[in-house]
Every structure is written in structure tokens, then in C-alpha cells.
Design a protein around this ligand. Structure first.
Ligand code: AMP
Length: 497
């Protein structure tokens, strides 16, 4: 049976907005999370972007905040009541846009702040007062330090894509931000995986969370045709083009493991007459949004991206995904190919495997528990290969020239220093760049990925926090010092309200 939004008794303005969005039934994460969030309980949700998780947390959150709704022009009447933290600007922008749509018939104000943009317009918006603030951690801290954002009345905090925030190195920023929030609050944490680090984060900042899991990260959709083709690095572009031609595919994502490789590949494909854009952490916000928009509008056919830059982009129905590089982390394979074959549509995922990638492919096999066959992709005969080789030498010369040009590029027109998240993301990708030159010896093996993904037991989920050994005294036994017990409220949400 599909769960309908009408069973939720959402307030009329929210129900109207949902109806206008054309949603017919709730997605699994919505069906499970909305009733729980409506009770004010903390939630630890394993769900990826694309599952409808934004509505899963924002609809109940808006519903519970409606009691504060007012039309006053005084900023004091519009303090920040809900804070939504995300790892990247694109995600923050997407989530903020969705929240605006859900809140459109209410008086609730929302705003988004992220780095790479002028702080002034964000400051003006914050000073006017907003109830729901969506932010990336680095820029939020800048606004907190500048006293533009006051968070002492926050009732809800959402840590969205928490695993990616930790990957990027946002933990210290998150800890600082959380220290500014009232301890009595509802905390919702969403993550694609429940790694030990995520469990520790939850143990420190969530109170008796309800665990909700809808999509196990080792699952790949059965609607995706997965192909693994053996290819030398120099042949990979030709395989991509041949597959596109053979299958008549117009648009695709092409994943690479490094920023440098990303720019290079995009330029080569562009030189070969394919409409291509690159998406990686070194691109300015403006460049990234433009690339995305161009892809959505069909002005760009191939979007070459790194994992960090592509995570969570709300682009549906990509007919094909290419792994130009086999990802270092098997879970990234699942995320990457999850971009195609969504919502029952059929999709194609092609992974190009060079001889040094055997180990990485076997990591993927272990994770998805499927035996993978690496096939040969028949390319043209040797004669045409000879010509292509000449072309490849030219390309390599061009690449080196382009790389030098990129290195000389002036600093971009925004304050990088204040864009901590962006810098973290870039650092992260830079470390991937560095790793890429040392392949295939993978120093960064994580024993967590040696075993298939298992959902955490309730016991594990409430494992002792990393602060257990710290000197701070918990407010009651079993609770982290970061948490105050919630007040018991008899009827938080009445049906038909
Ligand atoms: P999210 O996972 O929150 O990023 O949502 C992914 C996409 O699914 C967004 O474009 C939403 O507008 C859409 N969406 C969310 N909930 C539903 C629903 N119940 N039915 C259909 N589409 C939805």
C-alpha cells in the first residue's frame, strides 16, 4: 500500500504546496521519517539524495514551526528556529529551493548561505530575520563570527549528507556550530552510510534517535545495466565515444577521480566536438551552477565530474554514467551509478578498467555482492588506431599546455579565505589528486569496506560517544554533554490540526 500525504493531516498551507508539487504518494523515507519527526524525536536516517529526504525532514519541521508563524516586520520576531547544514553549495542551494516551495503558502521565511558568494546580500537577509536557515558550515561560521546569525533559538538542526561533511573535514566546524545551539533541541542526521564516525557523531549529538533506513548503500538498482570494459588509459575516451554512438545516448555523467583529470578530460572531449562541462571543487560557484544549468537545459551533453562535486546533485534521468576512473572507494561506485536508472527508468553504467584497477573492481564486487565480468570493448582496427595514437600524442601536448594555463589562472573573484567549506572540499579533491598519481597501491584502505554493509544494531547506534573520555560531565548518565533531555510533551501533534 502506498502512503498518502493526506494521512498526515498536514496544515493546509503545507498540504496545498505538496499537492502543487504533484506528489501523489510518500516516498519510503517520507513515510517512515515524517511521523517520527512530527513527534519531535531525534532521527538518524540512512537515505541518499533522490529519495525525497528533503521533504521528509522539512515538511514535519515546517509543520511544527507553524506555531511561530507571524507577519511582523520586526527581525526579532523571526529568529532562526531551524538550521539545515549541508556539505556543498549545490546541495544547500537545492535544499533551500525545495524548502521555499514547501513553505510558499506559510509566513515562514527561509534563506541559504554558502561560500563563494558575496556575504553582503546574505547578511541583509539574515538581519531581516529568517526562521529556516540552510547553510554550509564554513560560511555559517563566518556569519556567526560576524554576528549576522544568532542561533540561540534553534529548535531543529538537520545534519544532511553527514558522511560527506565528515569526508570533507567539516567535523571541527560542525562541533563549533553545534556548540552555539541550545542543547534542548531536535537533531536529525541523514547520511548515506552509518560508518563508525557517523555513529560517533550521532552518539555525541543525538538523543535516543530513531533509526530509519530506506536504501542500503550496497544496493544498486536492478534497472541499471552495469558494464565493465577493459581499457588502457589512452583508449578510454574512444570507448566512451563508441558506447555513446552505439547506444545512441545523448547525455551522460562521466566520473573521474581527480580535479586535474576532470579538467583535462572535459577539454579533450570538447576539442573532439562534444558539448562538455567540468564540475569539480576548483570551479567557482558561478561556474558550477552554470554547468549544471546548461546540462539540465540540454546545452551540455557530457558532465565530467569528481565525486565530491557531484554528490547529491538533483539531476534526474541521466541515461548513462561512465566511470572513466574506477572509484577509489567502492561506495562511490554505488553513488555514481545511482545517478542513472532512477525511478524505474533503465540506465547504463559503464566502468572503464585499466590493468592497475583489478583491486578496486574486486572491492566493488565485495560491496555489491555480485561477480563482475570485465569485458573487452571492440575498438576499430589497428590502422585507425595508428592515426588515433598520433592524435593522442597531440592531445597529451595540448593537455600539458592547458594544465600550465590552469595553474597560471588568477585567483577568482571571491574571497576564498572565507570559504572554508570550499577550501576543505578542494583540499579533499587535491588529496585525491595526489593519491591518483600513486595508483594502484591503495594506502587508504578502510577495514569498514572489507565487509559488506550491515545496518547498525540498536546497540551500535547508541555506542559511546568520542567525548565519553572527555572531562565534561554528561547532563545525565548515558547522555552526551551536548544533549539535554527533552521535555515530555503529551500531545505534540493532533490529527486534523
Ligand atoms: P531529495 O531526495 O529530497 O533531493 O528529492 C529528490 C527529488 O524528488 C526532488 O526533485 C523532489 O521534488 C522529488 N520528490 C520528493 N518527494 C516526492 C514525492 N513524494 N513524490 C514525487 N517526487 C518527490
Amino acid at each position: 500500500m502506498t502512503a498518502s500525504f493526506s494521512n498526515l493531516s498536514l496544515a493546509e498551507p503545507l498540504a496545498r504546496a505538496v499537492a502543487e508539487m504533484g506528489y501523489e504518494s510518500m516516498t519510503p523515507i517520507q513515510a517512515q521519517a515524517i511521523p517520527v519527526v512530527l513527534t519531535g524525536k531525534d532521527v538518524m536516517g540512512a537515505a541518499q539524495t533522490g529519495t525525497g529526504k528533503t521533504a521528509a525532514f522539512s515538511l514535519p519541521l515546517l509543520q511544527r514551526l507553524l506555531k511561530h508563524e507571524n507577519t511582523s516586520t520586526s527581525p526579532a520576531r523571526h529568529p532562526v528556529r531551524a538550521l539545515v547544514l549541508l556539505p556543498t553549495r549545490e546541495l544547500a542551494d537545492q535544499v533551500a529551493q525545495q524548502i521555499k516551495l514547501y513553505a510558499k503558502y506559510t509566513q515562514m521565511r527561509s534563506a541559504v548561505v554558502f561560500g563563494g558568494m558575496d556575504m553582503k546580500p546574505q547578511t541583509l537577509e539574515l538581519k531581516r530575520g529568517v526562521e529556516i536557515l540552510v547553510a554550509t558550515p564554513g560560511r555559517l561560521l563566518d556569519h556567526i563570527e560576524a554576528k549576522n546569525a544568532v542561533l540561540n533559538q534553534v529548535e531543529y538542526v538537520v545534519l544532511d549528507e553527514a558522511d560527506r561533511m565528515l569526508d570533507i573535514g567539516f567535523l571541527p566546524d560542525l562541533q563549533r556550530i553545534l556548540s552555539f545551539l541550545p542543547k534542548q533541541r531536535t537533531t536529525l542526521l541523514f547520511s548515506a552510510t552509518f560508518s563508525p564516525e557517523i555513529k560517533r557523531l550521532a552518539g555525541s549529538y543525538l538523543q535516543d534517535p530513531i533509526t530509519i533506513e530506506v536504501a542500503r548503500p550496497n544496493q544498486t538498482a536492478s534497472t541499471v545495466e552495469q558494464r565493465f570494459y577493459a581499457a588502457q588509459d589512452d583508449d578510454k575516451r574512444r570507448v566512451v565515444k563508441a558506447v555513446l554512438n552505439e547506444r545512441g545516448i545523448k547525455q551522460a555523467f562521466i566520473f573521474v577521480n581527480s580535479k586535474l583529470g576532470c579538467g583535462r578530460l572535459a577539454r579533450s572531449l570538447e576539442r573532439e566536438g562534444l558539448k562538455t562541462a567540468a564540475l569539480h571543487g576548483d570551479k567557482t560557484q558561478d561556474e558550477r551552477l552554470k554547468a549544471l544549468e546548461a546540462f539540465k537545459q540540454g546545452e551540455v551533453d557530457l558532465l565530467v565530474c569528481t565525486d565530491v562535486a557531484a554528490r547529491g546533485l538533483d539531476i534526474k534521468d541521466v541515461p548513462a554514467v561512465f566511470n572513466f576512473d574506477v572509484p577509489f572507494n567502492a561506495e562511490d561506485y554505488v553513488h555514481r551509478i545511482g545517478r542513472t536508472g532512477r525511478a524505474g527508468a533503465s540506465g547504463l553504467a559503464v566502468t572503464l578498467v585499466s590493468p592497475s584497477d583489478t583491486r578496486l573492481v574486486s572491492d566493488i564486487e565485495k560491496l555489491i555482492k555480485t561477480k563482475l565480468e570485465v569485458e573487452n570493448y571492440p575498438l576499430e582496427d589497428d590502422r585507425s588506431r595508428g592515426n588515433a595514437n598520433d592524435g593522442r600524442r597531440d592531445d597529451r601536448r595540448e593537455d600539458r599546455r592547458d594544465d600550465r594555463r590552469e595553474e597560471r589562472r588568477p585567483e577568482r573573484g571571491f574571497d576564498r579565505g572565507s570559504d572554508r567549506g570550499f577550501d576543505r572540499q578542494r583540499d579533499n579533491e587535491e588529496s585525491r589528486d595526489r593519491r591518483s598519481s600513486f595508483r594502484p597501491a591503495q594506502a587508504s584502505r578502510d577495514p569498514f569496506f572489507e565487509k559488506p554493509y550491515e545496518a547498525p544494531t540498536a546497540e551500535q547506534a547508541s555506542a559511546a560517544s568520542w567525548e565519553a573520555s572527555a572531562k565534561t560531565v554528561a547532563s545525565r548518565p548515558g547522555l552526551s554533554a551536548n544533549i539535554k533531555p527533552k521535555r515530555k510533551v503529551a500531545a505534540l501533534f493532533k490529527a486534523g490540526e
